[in-house]
Each structure stands twice: as structure tokens, then as C-alpha cells.
Write a protein that binds this ligand. Structure first.
Ligand SMILES: N[C@@H](CCC(=O)N[C@@H](CS)C(=O)NCC(=O)O)C(=O)O
Length: 202
């Protein structure tokens, strides 16, 4: 293996897509290894933690856990702060996005009636509280820490994008519309030339 290889499901979503976007932002030439759902059961126990994404770098064992992957890419390519306190502050926000996933993802596997009840409760309570907390911790923009983009911004972008397409039943596409700093990070990442180039590649 001579290239970095990022393994994830074949969809532009969630933790895998944020690692792809971070690699693209970093200018890393990588193999975008996409697997089919049918391939996953046989592969699961071969991965470090039984989950994707996994990053393989030449000369190293496989690396898993999304935030660890993002921090490594960020540290190596100037997309994560060198100052240890500021880095920890970014990692706090990255964990905040994982907390969002931990609260919303269980509803994916619910039946329709339970899903509706659970998601309406999230819309009434958890999701606005999550967004208020995100908003309190974002600088004046356009990015989380101000003028410069970091891996945390990619993660916030993906969190907002999850709902923005209106594809999550019972959660309005506008759920984060009232939070200008959060939306601003989403938009600034979307408009970054390297991110635009990723989606323009066809
Ligand atoms: N804590 C892990 C969670 C990884 C995770 O749950 N990945 C999901 C896809 S986003 C997965 O592999 N699901 C299939 C499974 O758990 O079998 C991380 O941050 O990477």
C-alpha cells in the first residue's frame, strides 16, 4: 500500500464523509475505498473496533475512531491547533457532534410510531439545546475558531448537513436555521474551494 486508504460505506454521509472531506481539505491523495453493506458483516471483526471509518496509512496499523482520524489528519496538515488547550477545545466540539449522533442515531432503528415520538421529543428539547451549545462555542466566524478552517469545521458541516436536506423524517430541515454561527460554519465549509472541488469531481 503506497497511498492512504479510507474505508467507509458507499454514501456521502456521516463519519466517513467527514474523514473524506478532511483528507481532501488536507490535499492528501487517498484511496476512497467504499464498501457495500453486504460486505460489512465479514469485514466487521477485522477492523480495530468493529466499525467504520478506518484509515490505513502506509507503515502503520489500521486506525479507527473518527475523531482520532480527524485529529491525526488535522495535526499533520495544519488543520488542528498546535496549542494543546486550543486543540482540546476543538476536540470538545468534535465530541459534541458525536453526542448529537449518539442521541439521534438510535431513532433510525425504531418503528414508525416510536420514531415519530422520539424525534418530536428531540426537536422539542435536545436538538435546540445542542445547537445553542454549539453556537456558544463558535467564534465570530466564518469558522469555529475564526478565519482559518480546521477539521472541527468539517465535522460541524456534516452535523448540519444531516438535517438540511429534509430527509430525516420528523426533524425539520430548518432545525438549525436560527443559529447563524452554526449555519455560517456549514456554509463556509460548503463554499471552501477544496470542498467544492470534491463535489465537482463527478
Ligand atoms: N465511535 C466510532 C463509531 C463508528 C460507527 O458507529 N460507525 C458506523 C457507521 S457511521 C458503523 O460502522 N456502523 C456499522 C456497525 O457498527 O456495525 C467512531 O467515531 O468512528
Amino acid at each position: 500500500m503506497t497511498l492512504a486508504r479510507l474505508t467507509y460505506f458507499d454514501a456521502p454521509m456521516s463519519r466517513g464523509e467527514e474523514c473524506r472531506l478532511a483528507l481532501q481539505l488536507a490535499g492528501v491523495d487517498f484511496e476512497d475505498h467504499r464498501i457495500r453493506r453486504e460486505e460489512w458483516p465479514a469485514m466487521k471483526e477485522t477492523t480495530p473496533y468493529g466499525a467504520l471509518p478506518v484509515l490505513d496509512l502506509p507503515g502503520h496499523p489500521a486506525l479507527a475512531q473518527t475523531n482520532a482520524i480527524l485529529v491525526l489528519i488535522g495535526r499533520r496538515h495544519g488543520l488542528h491547533p498546535a496549542d494543546d488547550f486550543e486543540a482540546a477545545r476543538h476536540e470538545g466540539m468534535m465530541q459534541h457532534v458525536e453526542d448529537l449522533r449518539a442521541n439521534v442515531s438510535p431513532t433510525i432503528r425504531m418503528g414508525d410510531a416510536d420514531k415519530k415520538i422520539a424525534r418530536e421529543a428531540l426537536v422539542a428539547g435536545y436538538l435546540p439545546a445542542w445547537a445553542r451549545a454549539a453556537e456558544r462555542n463558535i467564534a465570530s466566524g466564518p469558522y469555529f475558531a475564526g478565519e482559518n478552517i480546521h477539521v472541527v469545521d468539517v465535522k460541524l458541516h456534516m452535523a448540519v448537513r444531516w438535517f438540511l436536506g429534509g430527509n430525516v423524517d420528523h426533524i425539520p430541515a430548518t432545525i438549525f436555521a436560527a443559529y447563524p454561527k452554526l449555519m455560517g460554519v456549514h456554509d463556509a465549509v460548503r463554499e471552501h474551494p477544496r470542498i467544492k472541488a470534491w463535489y465537482a469531481r463527478g
